[in-house]
Design a protein around this ligand. Sequence first.
Ligand code: SF4
Ligand code: SF4
Length: 371
Amino acid sequence: MFDFFNAFNFDAIHIGYDFAKFRSDLFYDDFNSKLKTTGRAYPPYYVLWDCTRKCNLHCVHCGAAKEKYAKELATNEVKRVVDELAAMGVRFFAATGGEPLLRSDLLDVLAYAAQKGLATGFATNGFFLGEAKAREIKEAGVSSIQVSLDGPPEVHNKIRGNPDSFKNAVRALKLLIAEEIPIVTAATTVTKANYGHLGELRETLCAAGVRNWRICLLMPIGRAAVADDLQLDSRQLFGLLEFVEKSKRGRMKITLGENTPFLGRFEKRIRSEPNVCPVGFTACCLGVDGNVRGCPEMPDRTENREGNALEQSFADIWNNGFKKYRQRAAVKYGECSRCDSKNYCYGGCWVMREANAQCIYRLLGETAPLA
Ligand code: SF4
Ligand code: SF4
C-alpha cells in the first residue's frame, strides 16, 4: 500500500510551523513594545478562574491539593470581575478547580459571562454531569468543556479513588457531545499508573465520539509533589511522545498540553505551531480568593501573586504585573541562557520549574544543545 506519510516531505510542513513561529515572535515583540510606550498591555485572550478547591474525588496526582482557602469569591464578586474582563476585551473565561460543578453558582456566572460576550468553559471530572446538567450547560451557552479521563475503568477509578468515576466521566463526555457543546475535550494526565493503557484509552475515547484529547505530564505540585513514583521515566516519556506522534494521524486531535511548551526533537514532528507559555501575554488566572497569578497550577504564594482583584482593577493588575514572564526571565540565567533552543522553549513551564522538571532534554535523558 502507498505509504502517504513516509512519502510526504515533512520539511514542507515545517515551513508552516516556522511561519507560525515568526508570527508569534512578532506578536510578543509588539506586546512588549506597546506596553513600554503606552503603559497598557493588550488584554489577555483568556482568564482562567480557579473557582473552588472543593472536590468530590481524591486523585492520587491532584495538583489542586496544593493549597486550601477559608473563603471563595462570592457570586457578585466574580461577576464584577467578569464586567471588568469584558470591558478590557478578554475573549474567553473558563473555570477550573477543584470540581467547578460543586459551586452552585457556576453556570449562573458562566451564563453571565456569555451575556457579556465572553466565550466560556470549564474543566470537570464529570461525576455530577447527568442529562439535566448537560442541558443546563447548553442553555448557559458554555462553549468548551474538558472532562478528565485517565485510563480504562479500573485504572481511572483507582487513580480517582471512586468506583463510579470512569462510568460517570464517559457518560458526561457522551452527553456533552450529544448536546453539541462546541468543544468537548478529554484530558489525561500521564503517569506511571496509566502509561501502559494509552492505546486502550484512545479506543474508549474514539468510541465515545471524542475528537479532542489533551494529554499532560504530571505537574510536581499538590499530592504529586511527593509522588515521585508516578513521574514517567525518560524511556516512558519518549514512548509517550512517539505515541502522540503516531496517534495524531488519526481522526482525533491530540494536544500535548500546556506544561510542555517545547518538545525538543519532537517539537515539529508533533506540533504545527509553537506552544509558548501564555502567562502574562495572553493568559492569567483569577484565584479562589481574588488573588491574580499566572495560571491555576502555579502555587498561590506571595511571589506568584500579581495583585488582588478585590482591591485593584483587573486592568491595573494586568498592565503592571507579570514582569518576569514578559521579560522572559527564565532564559536570562543559568543553563537556559546558554541553550540553543531558548527562543523556542523560553525556559519551559514555570510550574515544572518548581521541581527542576522544565527541560525536555533532561526529561528525555539528553543534554540541552549549547548556543
Ligand atoms: S535548557 Fe532551558 S531553554 Fe533550553 S530546552 Fe531546557 S528548559 Fe528550555
Ligand atoms: S506556567 Fe506552565 S502550566 Fe502554567 S501556563 Fe505556563 S506552561 Fe502552562
